[in-house]
Design a protein around this ligand. Structure first.
Ligand code: MIC
Ligand code: SF4
Length: 656
């Protein structure tokens, strides 16, 4: 984005990203530097990453949050089998009260949907400890996902660093045909750009087609930008945004934010909305896009509707109207999870809930639930159609399940038949944007203390809350061993599984037992044994290592197990940042072919690692057979400093 320098003339036409960036830039120049620091206005956390974020915030010794608005949502660990989840909720509530964070009680809804409804503001920056934070891009925010410790720093008033963005314009023209919706659009974008190779990009949507999409549709598209691996996705803030905010009783939060005439983009991809057809992502990647037509007639066992991608009133009301007066097929189970209490209330009031119940749907809690494999795992070998955003192998909780990602329209028409049906040509109602949403903020607690906190409020710590481990400075001499070798597109769900293991998020020693569980369950024991004998554990991986979520546990738990370096063909943005934050050196092969030279159990001499990190980032490693492999860590000065002292918390002198 060469033209977006802060110093550029006021007359230079700017796109939306450049405008937000210019208003928030605190370090570096996007035209000159590889990374820039931005001021963060708002933060959000969810419980599965939030406990760690607040433990880290606490250890920084800052008396109360310093950013404009901080919200702590509880939406992931809501199942409460055993005491662990409830312990976490209590801890989060007490921390919120103490530090001036708004606390969204369990049952209020999914963080991204709630934030869009109640707090998001065009032109603001939002940093969230969840990779789908970019949902806020649907109302013209620059909303970015990051690891919990980055959120802690932002709450303490610190800057957040992003790669100087390249902005790709996605020009929308036309209008979606009846039966197609936002999910089909983002799947089209994923079909074109895939789930790897988009690191450092921001996608900005513009063009005459934008005004045909309502806010929930824009939010769906921005939400699943996470699957592309981009920094974020942004829509303009226009009359449609204003109508949405007015209907939420937040007219005062609206500003107009559109690209200037003649604004430039690094490149432009055009989508004619009227040419879109129903799409689906086949197992096991959101980038495996096929047309619904090509799968027509495939028998389906389960259909799950909801998640932060498609759980708005618009989405679920559409499903209800499709199912009205009908019943789902006998041999298919259908679950529906709304995004928020507001959505549930509206559906209750307009009769949609009764329609869904009569149609034979299971009404689930308005929480993440099925999306993260926390319940309703499909049966062995099932075909499950889902409206959420990720279909990684095993994420549903059933390794053999085949999960397809679809729009709510495709999900609903398929539910009636028990097989894949295209919504094109079916009677699909249109749901106009509500004129007024029923606002009830009674499950957001401690609003009055935001920014101040109650200094002496006690922090409640049940036995599930363990202290955060701190990294150690990078050693001068270091003997390494390849603890595991994995292939391409290893997701954070492979590294640090969620589902049944999610409840250990606040307890690193316990959670670390499950690192790489889906790939190799002996990883934990092997690492601890190597660590005890003074060896540094090394992970070797293929392309796009660490895709998916923002969970910093995928770096924090390996750090706890003595992992000092990841050597990969390429590493995804959020995970790479998390590795650095926890003192693990992210290295890539200079020659990708050298990946084949390494195997599990190989000894690697990492004596030069510290010097390489302190220097130009190049490390020549001699292998057992005498061959040399060149590894590269492309680091900013800030990252070098973090790695040398053992990560972000260690660099801040954390108290644990
Ligand atoms: C997910 O969708 O995988 C999650 C759970 O929301 C994660 C956060 C986490 O790991 O807790 C995400 O997307 O960042
Ligand atoms: Fe929750 Fe799923 Fe959204 Fe992650 S992707 S925030 S688990 S609903």
């Amino acid at each position: 984005m060469k033209k977006s320098s802060k110093k550029q003339s006021a007359k230079t036409p700017m796109n939306v990203v450049e405008k937000i960036l210019a208003a928030h830039l605190v370090e570096g120049d996007p035209a000159m530097d590889a990374e820039v620091g931005i001021r963060i206005d708002q933060t959000l956390t969810q419980d599965a990453t939030g406990t760690m974020a607040y433990l880290q915030f606490e250890s920084m010794g800052v008396p109360h949050v310093r950013n404009e608005l901080a919200v702590s949502y509880v939406d992931h660990n809501t199942v409460q089998i055993g005491y662990e989840n409830a312990d976490d909720h209590d801890f989060l509530a007490s921390v919120a009260r103490r530090f001036g964070v708004i606390y969204s009680k369990c049952g209020n809804g999914i963080c991204h949907q709630l934030h869009l409804e109640r707090f998001g503001r065009p032109g603001k920056t939002l940093l969230g400890s969840d990779s789908h934070t970019p949902t806020g891009g649907g109302i013209g925010m620059m909303a970015i996902g990051a690891g919990g410790i980055d959120i802690a720093v932002a709450m303490a008033g610190g800057a957040f660093h992003i790669p100087s963005p390249k902005v790709r314009g996605i020009r929308l023209t036309g209008r979606l045909p009846r039966g197609c919706s936002a999910k089909d659009v983002i799947l089209k974008v994923l079909e074109k750009f895939g789930t790897k190779g988009n690191v450092g990009w921001i996608f900005e949507y513009f063009g005459p087609g934008v005004k045909t999409l309502d806010v929930p549709s824009r939010a769906t598209i921005a939400n699943m930008g996470a699957e592309l691996g981009v920094t974020t996705s942004v829509f303009p803030s226009d009359a449609v945004t204003r109508q949405f905010l007015e209907a939420q009783g937040r007219a005062g939060d609206w500003i107009e934010l559109v690209a200037d005439k003649g604004a430039a983009y690094a490149d432009v991809f055009e989508i004619d909305l009227s040419a879109i057809e129903p799409m689906m992502a086949a197992p096991h990647s959101p980038g495996n896009v096929v047309t619904v037509k090509s799968m027509k007639g495939t028998k389906v066992n389960q259909i799950m509707i909801g998640s932060c991608t498609n759980s708005s009133y618009r989405d679920i009301r559409t499903v209800a109207l499709i199912l009205k007066g009908k019943h789902v097929a006998d041999d298919v189970e259908v679950g529906i999870a709304c995004g928020s209490r507001q959505v549930v209330n509206m559906l209750a009031e307009d009769g949609s809930l009764a329609i869904l119940v009569k149609a034979g749907c299971r009404i689930l809690e308005n929480a993440c639930g099925f999306c993260i494999g926390a319940h309703m795992s499909p049966r062995t070998g099932a075909i499950s159609l889902r409206t959420n955003n990720r279909n990684f192998e095993g994420r549903s909780g059933t390794k053999s399940a085949q999960v397809y990602l679809v729009s709510p329209e495709t999900a609903a028409v398929s539910a009636l038949e028990g097989k894949v049906v295209s919504p094109l040509g079916a009677k699909i109602p249109s749901v106009p944007a509500p004129k007024k949403f029923p606002v009830d903020d009674s499950m957001f607690l401690y609003r009055d203390t935001a920014g101040k906190g109650v200094r002496r409020a006690e922090i409640v710590r049940g036995p599930n809350i363990a202290p955060v481990p701190k990294g150690e400075p990078l050693a001068e001499k270091c003997r390494g061993v390849v603890a595991i070798k994995v292939g391409d597109k290893i997701t954070t769900d492979h590294i640090m599984p969620a589902g049944a293991r999610l409840k250990f998020r606040s307890n690193v020693p316990e959670y670390a037992k499950f690192v790489f569980e889906p790939c190799d369950s002996s990883f934990h024991d092997r690492c601890l044994a190597a660590k005890a004998s003074g060896l540094a554990n090394v992970i070797v991986a293929g392309e796009s290592y660490g895709q998916g979520s923002s969970r910093e546990h995928a770096a924090l738990c390996p750090m706890y197990l003595g992992v000092k370096a990841v050597i990969a063909k390429s590493i995804e943005r959020i995970h790479r940042a998390n590795l650095v934050n926890f003192g693990i050196v992210p290295l890539v092969f200079d020659d990708q072919g050298d990946y084949d030279l390494l195997k599990q159990g190989d000894a690697i001499d990492l004596s030069g690692l510290r010097a390489a990190v302190a220097g130009d980032g190049r490390l020549a490693v001699k292998l057992q057979d005498g061959r040399t492999v060149i590894l590269v860590a492309s680091l900013s000065a800030r990252e070098r400093e973090l790695l040398l002292c053992g990560g972000l918390l260690a660099s801040l002198g954390g108290r644990h």
